[in-house]
Design a protein around this ligand. Structure first.
Ligand code: FES
Length: 199
C-alpha cells in the first residue's frame, strides 16, 4: 500500500495500477485535472520525496521536469511520496462529498463555450458557492475539475461554463455526446481558491 502525502495536508492511498490522480479521485481529494492525457498541465505537482514512474514525462515542459514536477494523471508512485501541489489545488482535509446529478441545461454560450446546468439531489445538504471547484465524472469514468459559475438554489442547480480548449475524450463528451438527463457524479467542493485557466 503506497501513501501519497501533500504539503497541503492531504493524504491518500494509491492502489496497484492507479495513477496518482486516479488515487486522489478515489480517495475523495481530487487533484485538479482536465484532459487526463498529459496535455493540459492542470494536474501537475512537484515531487518532494519518493519515487514515481511517469509514462508521459515528455509532455511536461523541460523547465518543469528539470525541477521535479510531474503530471499526476500520467505517473504512478513506486514508493510513499510527498508532493507539493500547484496553485489552486485542494487545500483542506475536509473530504469532498460525492453526489449524483442530472444535466438539465446544455446550451452554447459562445462559439467555443458551453453552459451546463446540473441538478443536485433533493437531499443534498452541501451548499455550493460560485467560484468553488468540483470534480465531475461521467458514466464512462471521464472526469474533469470545473469552477462553479453560478448557483440556482431554488432549482438545486449549479452551473458550469465550459470552454473548448484541448482535444480530449472529455471535451468530446461535453461538446459532442452529452445529452439532457445524462446522469453524472459531482465530487466537491474542492476549495474556495480559484485556479485560472481551467475549463
Ligand atoms: S495533464 Fe494531467 S489532467 Fe491534463
Amino acid at each position: 500500500m503506497i501513501k501519497i502525502r501533500t504539503s497541503q495536508g492531504l493524504e491518500f492511498v494509491q492502489q496497484h495500477g492507479q495513477s496518482i490522480l486516479d488515487a486522489s479521485i478515489a480517495a475523495g481529494y481530487p487533484i485538479l485535472h482536465s484532459c487526463r492525457s498529459g496535455r493540459c498541465g492542470l494536474c501537475k505537482a512537484k515531487l518532494v520525496a519518493g519515487d514515481t514512474q511517469c509514462y508521459r514525462r515528455e509532455e511536461l515542459p523541460a523547465a518543469l521536469s528539470q525541477h521535479n514536477w510531474i503530471l499526476t494523471c500520467s505517473c504512478s508512485a513506486l514508493s510513499d511520496v510527498q508532493l507539493e501541489l500547484g496553485a489552486g489545488q485542494p487545500m483542506r482535509m475536509a473530504k469532498a462529498v460525492k453526489l449524483p446529478c442530472v444535466i438539465r441545461q446544455l446550451s452554447e454560450s459562445g462559439p467555443d463555450s458551453l453552459l451546463v446546468s446540473l441538478q443536485l439531489p433533493l437531499v443534498c445538504r452541501t451548499r455550493y458557492q460560485p467560484g468553488q471547484r468540483l470534480c465531475v465524472l461521467n458514466a464512462a469514468g471521464l472526469s474533469g475539475t470545473y469552477q462553479v459559475a453560478a448557483v440556482l438554489p431554488e432549482q438545486r442547480q449549479i452551473q458550469l461554463q465550459l470552454a473548448r480548449h484541448a482535444d480530449s475524450a472529455l471535451q468530446h463528451y461535453w461538446f459532442a455526446e452529452a445529452q439532457m438527463d445524462d446522469v453524472l457524479t459531482v465530487l466537491g467542493p474542492l476549495a474556495s481558491e480559484v485556479a485560472a485557466g481551467a475549463d
